[in-house]
Design a protein around this ligand. Sequence first.
Ligand SMILES: NC(=O)c1ccc[n+]([C@@H]2O[C@H](COP(=O)([O-])OP(=O)(O)OC[C@H]3O[C@@H](n4cnc5c(N)ncnc54)[C@H](OP(=O)(O)O)[C@@H]3O)[C@@H](O)[C@H]2O)c1
Length: 318
Amino acid sequence: MVTRRTFLGMSLATGATLLAGRSATIFGAGSSTTPSLATNSVWKLGGDLPVNRLGFGAMRITGDGIWGWPPDRENALKVLRRAVELGVNLIDTADAYGPETSELLIAEALHPYPAGLVIATKGGLTRPGPGEWVPNGRPEYLKGCVEKSLKRLRLERIDLYQLHTVDRKVPMEESLGALKEMQGAGKIRHVGLSNVSPEEIVRARKVVPIVSVQNRYNIGDRKSEKALIYCEKEELGFLPWFPIGGGNGLKSGAALDAIAKAHGASVYQLAIAWLLERSPVMLPIPGTSKIAHLEENVAAGKLKLTPEEWKTIDALAG
Ligand SMILES: NC(=O)c1ccc[n+]([C@@H]2O[C@H](COP(=O)([O-])OP(=O)(O)OC[C@H]3O[C@@H](n4cnc5c(N)ncnc54)[C@H](OP(=O)(O)O)[C@@H]3O)[C@@H](O)[C@H]2O)c1
């Protein structure tokens, strides 16, 4: 049983106790209905950049509508620092979160960055206003985005730069060509994709090596199952966004509630544990603006479901 309280009583040096390596058994799995539960706690992005698989999504530390500064800026800084204290070393952000404020808060809270902290940012979506997201995949625009993210994050090189979305008005080869150029200039270490189909991943990989994919995926939304299976087979990291259902939360039900009760856990923790066990390439990035939720979510990394429980949750697919 891993509750927030018991977790906090454990060593906080999560990273030091994490298991290295990864389960090979899931590879080749054609469907999520045959559990071969992943046990690795670390994933190496691009084969050379180790991250603890349970990351943090920094979209929720901005203002309402993912717009502007958060109402309590000090709290946002505390959330970021607490995430790192708890052993999180993969933080996902984007220039579009705020816009700019998420990246600026990350630098304010954490720079100079501790060794091994991977900040994954993105470009390719503009923000005309609160709640509005408009793609821009033009090469010159993207190159400017990389330069600006480097400044805001106070980095010389971005460990993981993700194309936030494919701009249907611009051939994706052109957008990715710009990122390849920035990689060649030493400004990006690894390139990732977001909101893509398996076919688009294949196309992208003809332009530049791709190390990760970030798509919406959670217990109730498996539209990206094929992309996940492709990532497993090709050993690309998969960052599920809305891992715990996003702003609308998760629909709990009798089955989920019973398993949660048996573990003394919340349904959000079950959602995270289910994802972590779903695949060794799964890198959930739950987002929150609250320290209590952050602690609860990180504690879910210790929760182990039985194969029967995992199957019961798996059967709840929307
Ligand atoms: N690539 C893309 O297009 C894309 C799109 C969306 C998101 N993302 C990334 O994915 C990350 C995760 O997505 P997300 O943050 O939108 O969704 P999420 O992690 O599924 O859910 C976040 C929501 O759940 C709440 N929450 C978090 N922990 C909770 C807990 N333990 N108990 C109850 N409620 C809890 C949060 O509110 P509180 O603040 O009140 O905790 C927030 O409203 C983002 O932060 C961002 O980095 C990427």
